[in-house]
Design a binder for this molecule. Structure first.
Ligand SMILES: Nc1nc2c(ncn2[C@@H]2O[C@H](COP(=O)(O)OP(=O)(O)OP(=O)(O)O)[C@@H](O)[C@H]2O)c(=O)[nH]1
Ligand SMILES: [Mg+2]
Length: 447
C-alpha cells in the first residue's frame, strides 16, 4: 500500500544508530528527502517536514527513537486537517453523501464499498442512488454492486438525476434509511457542463458530505483537480482510490496539506471490503511499517458473528473442528478483505503482503486444492475428519483431481492446525498469543 514510503522511512531510520551523532542525523535526513521526493511528495512539504524533524530531534538529543518520534508526530500533523474524520453521521438521519470526481476515478466502486462498510461495520440502513445517467452501463454496474452486497438502490434510466434524487430522499425519509449515497457521473476533465450539473444536484440533494474520489495513481494531478472541485463545488472529504496500485503514497500527504480537506477513506482493491478509514495516527504507524492492528481488529469484530465464534471456539477446544467449520471460516475471512490488505495491517507483515501480489483467498492454488478436496467428501466425512482412511482418501483425491500425496499433506496440515488451535484455546493460550503479538510489536515503534 504505502510500500515506497514505508521502505524509504525504514531506510532513513536505519541510518541513525548512535546517540548525539549529528552526521548520522544529516545522513538520515538526506535519505528521507531523496525518498520522499521519489514517492511523489511535493517539494515544499518535504522541505517543511525535514526542517521540523531536524529541530524536534535535536531538541531531545539525537537518537533513533527521538528521530522516529519526531517523524511520526510531524506526519500525523501534516495528515490531520481540520474537518470530519472517518464517517460522520448527521444529527438527523438520513446522512446524505454526494460522491463526485473525474471519469474512472472509482466513484461507483467506492460508493459500493462505502455502502458495504456502513452496513457491515456500522450496522446502518443504506440507500444508494444511481444519479449517473451519462453512461448507459453505469446504472447496470451499480445494480450489480448493490445486489452483491444486498443494499437498496434507486435507479431509473428514464429519469433525470435531479428527479431521481428527490424521489430517493423522500423514500429515505419514509422508510427510515440512515444514509443515502449518491453516485454521480464523471467527466474526462473538469468542464462547465459537469460543474453546472453537479451544482444543480448539490442544490437538490443538500448533502451533509461531498466526497471527492481521487485516483491515487494520478499523483499531483489528483491534488490539482481536488482543489478545483473544492473551489467550484465545495468538498468536505477526499477518498483516495486505487492505493493498491503502483501509487507512491506521497499523494496522500499532498492532498491533506495542499488541498486542506481531510482524507476520509482509502481504497485498496477492487473488492467491496477493500476500503479503510483514514485515521492519521493509524496511517502513520502503517507508513512507518508498524502495521495497524486496531483497524484489523475492528474490521474483524464487525464481521465475525460473536455467537458463531463462541461455537467454533468450543469446538476447537474439544478438538471437534471439522471441514465444514473450515469452509465457513474461509467465507468469513473473505468478508474481511483481500489477504494482501489484511496482512499489510499486521506489524512486520507488509513485506510479505507485497510478495503476495494478487494472490487471494479465491485465487490461491492451496485454498483451491483444499476446497476441491472438501467438496469431494461426503457430508459425514466433512463432519468427522477421523473417518478418512486410505481408501476414502484415494476416492477423494480422484474426485478432486489431486494427487494422493497432496491429499495426505493437506490432511496433515489440517490436523496440525486443529491441534495448534486447541492448544492456543487452552488456559494459557491467550497469554501465549499475546506474548507473540507483543514480541512482534516490540522494538518496532517508539511508544
Ligand atoms: N485496484 C483498484 N481498482 C479500483 C479501486 N477503485 C476502483 N477501481 C477500479 O477502477 C475502475 C473504475 O472504477 P469505477 O468505480 O467504475 O469509476 P467511476 O469513477 O465510477 O467511473 P465513471 O462512472 O466512468 O466516471 C474499475 O475497474 C474499478 O474496479 C481500487 O481501490 N483499487
Ligand atoms: Mg461510475
Amino acid at each position: 500500500m504505502f510500500d515506497t514510503l514505508t521502505d524509504s522511512f525504514k531506510n532513513a531510520i536505519s541510518k541513525i544508530r548512535f546517540q548525539d551523532d549529528e552526521k548520522a542525523l544529516k545522513k538520515a535526513l538526506g535519505e528521507l528527502k531523496k525518498s520522499l521526493l521519489k514517492a511523489d511528495v511535493h517539494h515544499k512539504i518535504v522541505k517543511d517536514l525535514l526542517s521540523v524533524v531536524e529541530i524536534e530531534t535535536k531538541k531531545v538529543g539525537i537518537g533513533k527513537d527521538q528521530f522516529l518520534k519526531a517523524l511520526h508526530d510531524e506526519l500525523v500533523d501534516i495528515l490531520t486537517v481540520h474537518g470530519n474524520q472517518g464517517f460522520v453521521f448527521a444529527p438527523q438521519p438520513p446522512t446524505v453523501v454526494l460522491m463526485i470526481g473525474l471519469q474512472g476515478s472509482g466513484k461507483t466502486t467506492t460508493t459500493g464499498k462505502l455502502a458495504y462498510f456502513l452496513k457491515e461495520q456500522k450496522k446502518k440502513k443504506v440507500l444508494v442512488v444511481a444519479a449517473d445517467l451519462q453512461r448507459l452501463a453505469a446504472v447496470e454496474q451499480l445494480r450489480q454492486i448493490t445486489a452483491q452486497i444486498d443494499v437498496a438502490l434507486v435507479a431509473d434510466e428514464a429519469k433525470k438525476p435531479q428527479e431521481l434524487i428527490k424521489e430517493a430522499l423522500q423514500k429515505a425519509q419514509k422508510e427510515l434509511y440512515d444514509v443515502v449515497l449518491i453516485d454521480t457521473a464523471g467527466r474526462l476533465a473538469i468542464d462547465d457542463a459537469l460543474m453546472r450539473e453537479l451544482a444543480s444536484i448539490k442544490a437538490i440533494a443538500a448533502p451533509h458530505e461531498l466526497f471527492y474520489v481521487a485516483d491515487a495513481m494520478t499523483g499531483q494531478d489528483a491534488i490539482r483537480t481536488a482543489t478545483s472541485f473544492k473551489e467550484q463545488i465545495g468538498i468536505t472529504g477526499v477518498i483516495l482510490s486505487k492505493f493498491d496500485g503502483d501509487s507512491k503514497g506521497g499523494v496522500a500527504l499532498g492532498l491533506a496539506k495542499q488541498v486542506g480537506v481531510p482524507l476520509r477513506f482509502i481504497g485498496s482493491g477492487e473488492k467491496m471490503p477493500d476500503l479503510d478509514q483514514f485515521l492519521p495516527d493509524r496511517i502513520v504507524k502503517r507508513l512507518m511499517g508498524a502495521g495497524d492492528i486496531e483497524s484489523l481488529a475492528e474490521k474483524t469484530a464487525a464481521i465475525i458473528d460473536e455467537k458463531e465464534a463462541k461455537k467454533i471456539t468450543a469446538k476447537i477446544k474439544k478438538g471437534e473442528f471439522n471441514f465444514n467449520d473450515f469452509l465457513n471460516q474461509m467465507e468469513q475471512m473473505k468478508k474481511i478483505g483481500s489477504m494482501k490488505s489484511m496482512l499489510s495491517m499486521i506489524p512486520g507483515m507488509s513485506g510479505i503482503a507485497k510478495q503476495l501480489g494478487d494472490m487471494d483467498f479465491d485465487t490461491s492454488s492451496e485454498v483451491k486444492a483444499i476446497k476441491a478436496m472438501i467438496f469431494s467428501m461426503t457430508p459425514k466425512e466433512r463432519e468427522n475428519p477421523d473417518l478418512l482412511n486410505n481408501s476414502r482418501k484415494r476416492r477423494i483425491a480422484t474426485g478432486a483431481g489431486l494427487g494422493q500425496v497432496q491429499v495426505n499433506r493437506i490432511m496433515k496440515q489440517f490436523k496440525n492446525a486443529s491441534k495448534m488451535a486447541k492448544k492456543l484455546s487452552g488456559k494459557n493460550g491467550m497469554r501465549q498469543m499475546q506474548d507473540i503479538m507483543a514480541q512482534m510489536q516490540g522494538g518496532r515503534f517508539p511508544r
